[in-house]
Design a protein around this ligand. Structure first.
Ligand SMILES: Cc1ncc(COP(=O)(O)O)c(C=O)c1O
Length: 389
């Protein structure tokens, strides 16, 4: 049956077909055996069992009704305590809104902030959901580039150069996806001054803040003087707790702001899945050893990969956090989309080109180290043979 009437009815915001590289790569991979997937940002670990058990228990106890749109009060309280203990951020339970992953927090934040024509600065290369969310609100996403020479840390001068009278907000993602870059505390202090001087809002995406490796330090911008009142902090459970499919995240901001978002949040999906909220509560209040164990495993994989990539003659920005290495493949002589496609076809290793993260230089690929170490070693061996061809 023809979909022509629907196509004719498409809203102006639907600008193109999904011709994305991601879709094409996944289709190629589906036709191959034994592909080593180092593409997606989805931990290979399972959610720790005590968290899964909490969801089972919630279901057994009939905890499957609607909750308050902002989330279970007990979970919001636990999130407030966690933000304070872990990052020194001061929020009360009524300053937290629980959402379907940080993804929904991003959309909610932009719906709450952006008027048509407003410009939003975004650390780049970037998690491009930000572009889409800003555009859906009629705003203009403005990438702020970061560079390998600076280990992809966001630099105040690059921000300042892009501020106009229409600039409404800055999105700071640290550690960042796809670069793993941790913006150093001293730089965050300078950025905080700049944000105040230009009367901007700071959206601080800290989804990877528990995944920091020795030598790097995370600073939550909302702890700095004068910043609490102009910062929206985003965080969640997907990455540190290996809970991607549960879909729990949250935003934290002063009550005057969050209370104005509750009706909007209700409109999006009423509330975050109730058993998943109970699981998230167990994640915060239960034992943390599993998180530490995963972090140690990531650290080992990261050290191995950094060494192995250097031996292959490939450079990268220092990955201080998250679980990605943003690798420069220009020495291969191939543009990175082609590099990824050929490596997949001939080497059966899947990694993603920088274009998926808004980077049009075509020099970089994102490698996520979310496979057991022996598989990563095998992937490096396949890359070595591919590069020799
Ligand atoms: C920077 C960043 N923010 C937000 C998200 C969304 O995460 P989730 O919706 O699973 O919490 C991701 C996922 O990769 C991300 O990399």
């Amino acid at each position: 049956m023809s979909g022509a009437p629907l196509l004719g009815a498409l809203a102006h915001r639907i600008v193109e077909e999904d011709l994305s590289l991601r879709t094409r790569m996944l289709e190629i991979a589906a036709g191959l055996d034994d592909v080593i997937a180092l593409g997606r940002g989805d931990p290979d670990f399972h959610t720790p069992p005590h968290i899964v058990a909490a969801a089972h228990r919630a279901l057994d106890e009939n905890q499957h009704h609607y909750t308050h749109p902002a989330g279970l009060p007990v979970l919001r309280g636990a999130i407030a305590s966690h933000l304070s203990d872990e990052f020194g951020l001061r929020y009360s339970a009524d300053e937290i809104i629980v959402t379907a992953g940080v993804q929904e927090s991003i959309v909610l934040t932009m719906l709450g902030l952006v008027n048509p024509g407003d410009e939003v600065l975004i650390t780049s290369p970037r998690f491009t959901t930000y572009d889409m969310a800003v555009s859906l609100c009629g705003g203009v996403p403005v990438p702020v580039p970061t560079y390998e020479e600076d280990d992809f840390a966001l630099m105040p001068a690059a921000i300042e150069a892009r501020i106009t009278p229409r600039t409404k907000a800055l999105v700071l993602v640290t550690p960042n996806n796809p670069t793993g870059a941790v913006t150093p505390p001293a730089v965050i202090r300078t950025i905080a001054d700049l944000v105040q001087r230009h009367n901007l809002v700071l959206v601080s995406d800290e989804i990877y803040a528990k995944l920091i490796y020795p030598g790097s330090e995370h600073l939550s911008a909302g702890t700095l003087p004068g910043m609490r009142e102009r910062t929206i902090t985003l965080n969640g459970f997907s990455k540190a707790y290996a809970m991607t499919g549960w879909r729990v995240g949250y935003l934290a901001a002063p009550h005057e702001f969050t209370q104005r978002l509750v009706e909007l949040r209700h409109t999006l999906s009423i509330n975050t899945n109730t058993p998943a909220q109970h699981a998230a509560l167990a994640a915060l209040t239960g034992p943390q050893e599993a998180v530490q164990a995963m972090l140690e495993e990531y650290a080992e994989r990261r050290s191995y990969l950094m060494r192995a990539l250097s031996e292959l003659g490939l450079s990268y920005g220092h990955p201080g956090g998250a679980f990605y290495i943003y690798t420069n493949v220009s020495s291969s002589g191939l543009a990175s989309p082609r590099f990824c496609e050929e490596l997949l076809r001939h080497g059966r290793v899947m990694i993603f080109p920088g274009r998926m993260f808004g980077d049009e230089s075509d020099r970089y690929v994102r490698i996520s180290y979310l496979q057991p170490l022996p598989r990563i070693e095998e992937a490096i061996e396949r890359m070595r043979r591919f590069l020799q061809r």
